[in-house]
Ligand binder design. Structure first.
Ligand code: GLU
Length: 697
């Protein structure tokens, strides 16, 4: 458990007295409503209400977190529950320490590294793999909740489970978010029938506004209330669970359930611009990767670049690629393999890695570094390196603060939306498919092994100022979790946004060169400039993550929160503050242009008014075309013309001058540009120093 240094600095007290309008911590401002007696930020208002009530009735943050988790499995059953696992990070004010209750799923005993290989020696196809009984890891959530309550809570499991029982028994109204996920997962839910009885009764999807009663789930929760967690790990619920897993091809036995162990872990700790960041340690890759990204970005004047500018996003994407290369190579369950936790976030190592970022273009070849050089002992021979694909799933994150100053940051999951799609018959809860977070092929630190925890990306995090945690943050979204958390922290610390704006600011995600996922709202010129540097932005935006955070201004005693709008995110304070996110509006259909420009197969995001055809020649607004192709007008001997007062350039002439092959696809009405990427020297050998945003010390 990490003990925090406390700082009492007289000048801070003085400073805040003479400037009362200024918050002592970033991420909060006078426009925000504040609570003083406890606050929760949760992805569903009904679970938020449960947490708030526990706090109002004298429960602490751990009591509230336990009740929220149990309620979420009723009101947001596709994301987490007793069929899954999670990481509950807690700051205990009276002991001034941060600790983590790790209830991550474990592999059953009867598995081998070849577990996911078919008879042909190739990985079993994805749909089969992630909906099979083999995908189900031994669930830890219920034990985790129990251990957290026993060690750090004040209430009994039988008490905090009651609101969930009522919600399952009396029913709840399906919200827009649940309706959307039910609609998107028809195949998975119908595959084994049991889940379809709940979410597709009579073959028809539950939709927004419908009532959802879950009597089997209520029965399970009542059994747990009456008999304790043994009924799950040793008794009738467990028997039914393993029978279903085995029926669906898995190997889990009641002994596996019986042998499940919760682990208490220390967070990984790093510095970012004078703040401390405490985040999730292995078996999650989340904390170390977030710290690497932040520390790589610390070498740049991020504030000056501005939020979501091209300069910022280029360096961010490049930093993410470097960090994800190390993530794939070095991060897994450290109870099985050594993880170079010190080396990975060593300042000299990070400085060395940052030298690989070229301000002018995207690095096409990104490899892991050698953090073992910065460890006291090189244990790399024990840790086998292997490249790995990144599955994405969903999950849920919530944050809680109580009246005594304890904070909880809890990310919890059944891996994919509705997990494996397997519901335990007669008991009404979904089973995870966390085993798919292991590598499907043997040979690396994250291969399947008995009793091991699969590598996670979950990143519950606390940010600390002057020895006092003031921000609890996290997100769902598989590997996108890490980048969502890093961006939210930079939005608060560097870009001076309040936590709500920090969460709603559009995010990007990328793990490998060249593809970038992006949320609607990233400026078109920024995308074009980044395309010009060699990144490939997905053609359409999509939602990334779902961040819920609480903030504490410890000078004033005020508590704040921020919620995300990709679900019905809610911030509820005990004495004040009620924020519930509205259903997002459907995007307006974009007007089709007179043609499309495709560069190496990728459609460029020009709007209709930026495209012109005149006398059979296609033109694009000059500044936009040059940005998108990474070119400068002064280097091109091509004349522009004016159309409706706008300067446009002929596409073919510009592209040919830049060395592209140009063709016209009649059916698609698309101008096609193609060019092999020039082989740049291997980035590993390059040390780029001419970067106007680089902070040199
Ligand atoms: N299985 C994921 C992980 O632990 C979490 C699920 C998700 O959000 O994708 O990293």
């Amino acid at each position: 458990m990490v003990k925090l240094k406390s700082f009492v600095i007289a000048s801070f007290t003085f400073f805040s007295l003479v400037t009362p309008a200024l918050a002592h911590v970033p991420g909060v401002d006078p426009t925000m409503e504040a609570a003083t007696k406890g606050i929760v930020a949760v992805a569903h208002p009904l679970a938020a209400e449960v947490g708030k009530e526990i706090l109002a009735n004298g429960g602490n943050a751990v009591d509230a977190a336990a009740a929220i988790q149990l309620s979420l499995m009723v009101v947001e059953p596709m994301m987490s529950g007793i069929g899954g696992g999670g990481f509950l990070m807690v700051y205990l004010k009276d002991q001034n320490k941060i600790t983590i209750i790790d209830s991550r799923e474990m592999a059953p005993k009867d598995v081998t590294p070849n577990y996911f290989l078919g008879e042909d020696g190739k990985p079993i196809p994805w749909f089969e793999r992630h909906t099979s009984g083999k995908a189900v890891g031994v669930p830890g959530t219920l034990k985790g909740v129990e251990v957290a309550l026993e060690k750090y809570g004040t209430k009994k499991l039988a008490e905090v489970i009651q609101p969930a029982i009522e919600q399952a028994e009396k029913g709840i109204t399906v919200n827009w978010s649940m309706a959307q996920y039910i609609g998107e997962n028809a195949d998975k839910l119908k595959q084994y029938g049991t889940a379809a009885e709940v979410f597709y009764p009579g073959g028809v999807a539950k939709k927004e506004g419908d009532f959802l009663v879950q009597p089997n789930l209520a029965k399970t929760l009542k059994l747990i209330q009456e008999k304790g967690t043994d009924v799950f790990y040793k008794g009738e619920v467990g028997e039914a669970l393993v029978a279903e897993v085995q029926k669906r091809g898995g190997t889990m036995t009641i002994e596996d359930l019986n042998n499940y162990v919760v682990k208490e872990r220390e967070p990984v700790l790093g510095e970012y611009r004078g703040y401390q960041v405490a985040s999730m340690s292995p078996p999650s890759s989340g904390g170390l990767t977030v710290l690497q990204i932040l520390q790589l970005m610390e070498g740049y004047d991020v504030k000056k670049m501005g939020v979501n500018s091209a300069d910022y996003l280029h360096r961010l994407i490049e930093s993410i690629h470097l960090a994800y290369a190390d993530r794939a190579a070095y991060m897994a369950d450290e109870d099985f393999y050594p993880v170079p936790k010190k080396g990975l976030i060593d300042k000299t190592y990070i400085d060395e890695r940052r030298q690989l970022i070229n301000p002018a273009e995207a690095n096409a070849v990104v490899k892991e570094g050698n953090p073992w050089k910065y460890e006291d002992e090189d244990l790399s021979a024990l840790a086998k390196v292997k490249e790995k694909e990144n599955p994405t799933g969903e999950t849920t994150h919530f944050s809680v603060m109580d009246q005594w100053g304890n904070l909880v940051s809890y990310t919890t999951t059944i891996e994919a939306v509705f997990g494996s799609g397997i519901m335990v018959p007669g008991y009404g809860f979904m089973l995870n498919n966390e085993m798919t977070d292991f590598d499907a092929t043997p040979g690396g630190v994250n291969q399947v092994e008995p009793g091991k925890r699969p590598r996670s990306s979950m990143t519950p995090t606390l940010v600390i100022k002057d020895g006092q945690p003031f921000m609890a943050v996290g997100s769902p979204g598989g590997p996108t979790i890490i980048t969502s958390v890093a961006q939210t922290i930079m939005n608060v610390i560097d870009h001076d946004l309040n936590i709500q704006d920090a969460i709603l600011t559009p995010r990007i995600y990328s793990s490998n060169y060249p593809d970038v996922r992006w949320e609607s709202g990233i400026n078109q010129d920024v995308i074009l400039e980044l395309l010009g540097k060699g990144h490939r932005f997905d053609e359409a935006p999509q939602n990334i993550g779902n961040v819920q955070a609480v903030m504490y201004d410890f000078e004033t005693g005020k508590m704040y929160g921020g919620a995300d709008n990709t679900r019905e995110g809610s911030v509820l304070g005990v004495d004040a503050v009620k924020i519930v996110m509205d259903k997002p509006k459907a995007a307006e259909p974009t007007e089709k242009g007179s043609f499309t420009l495709k560069v190496n197969g990728l459609s460029y995001p020009f709007t209709a008014s930026q495209l012109h055809i005149q006398d059979g020649t296609s033109y694009v607004e000059a500044g936009k075309l040059l940005l998108g192709l990474g070119a400068e007008a002064k280097n091109l001997a091509v004349d522009s013309i004016q159309v409706n007062g706008i300067e446009v350039l002929p596409v073919r002439a510009v592209a040919e001058a830049l060395g592209y092959q140009v063709s016209w696809n009649k059916e698609e009405r698309a101008v096609l540009l193609a060019k092999e990427k020039a082989q740049t020297s291997t980035p590993v050998q390059n040390h780029y120093s001419e970067d106007k945003f680089k902070i040199t010390n």
